[in-house]
Design a protein. Sequence first.
Length: 389
Amino acid sequence: MKWLGWFLLLLTASSPAWAAKKTTVQQLKDLLISLQQAKESDAEVASALEQIELTEELTRSTMNSLVEYVPGPLATEQIYVLEARSATLVPPPADLPSTPPPDAAAQKAILDKAIDYAASTYSKLPQLTATKTTIRFQDNVQVLAETSGMGTFASDSDPNLVNPSQFVRHINSTEIPVTFQNGAEQNPLLSDKTTRWGANGQIALLGQEPVLNVVIQEAQAAGKINWLRWESVNGKTAAVYSFSVDRKKSHYAVNYCCFPDTEQAGVLRFTPMTAGGSKQATGNMQTNTSYSKNFKATVPYHGEIFVDPDTGIVVRLITTAEFKSSDLVQQEEQRFDYGPVTVGAKTLVLPTKTVIKTEIVPNGDTGSGKFLLRHTLFTAEYKNYNAAN
């Protein structure tokens, strides 16, 4: 049996139900080296990568260093998925600065600079246009049929079987113009009246992305900003603070489109189980499904703020929305990277890259008989900034 076969056997034997293998960045590198030495194919390496979950951030520089061990485009795609899925995690300990934490007074001084920067500089950015390139990765693309009928019988699926649809893969890429007003991106999907979100197996985020100055203002009002650690961002040491905003002080509004709204008609009759245990159902149960239901909520959230200690400029923001277990959205984590951009004769610090991780219940509360979670990753980069006319 090839090495990959043993790897898959280990995964299924380690848990009563299939689950991703928790892996550090060093273990990822060791895995890739082992697969290369075993001369595994591109598809086999991709399959192995699909079944791990990183416990540390895979930084772009480390990802680039792994290129020599990646045999082809399928495995390369999964490396990008791992980078996106780990974007909000802490890098390996060896990659963190060894500088001791500053004393309380210095921590407060750095934070005060960041608060002033967000309120006095970022919130007063001019109206700008840019080009946004977004790559979507996703699993579980199945959707409910708009009309369906139930016939003879149904059976439960085996949770130990690895369904290829569980794996996150590249879905599409888009390049669209966007507008920023005072540092806040205006959601271009709000004007899209043609895409049949939900019915096409994809979601659209119609809410306002967290805006830097608003997040810091709410975190300050909540009184829950605390020193966390030093971290290296773009080759320079940044001060990292954790924050938390409770529901009462939050204006974090999420709006997900679209979930199925199903109407049922007809009669379904169940008969006793057969000797083999099969559940029998007869009748003509028809369903009509429209994707017209949005999930909207204002939620508490927490996250991290990354600050240049010398200037107070915020170079990264991470937010994690907090949902109820009964919500149709179970996860939304966002990371925003900011960097210097030349606009006309000025150099402004603007969003350069975003990563969004989501987890939803695509079938909503339709009682479709099959519970699915859909994970979607969005990675976006901004270019061609210009002052709006």
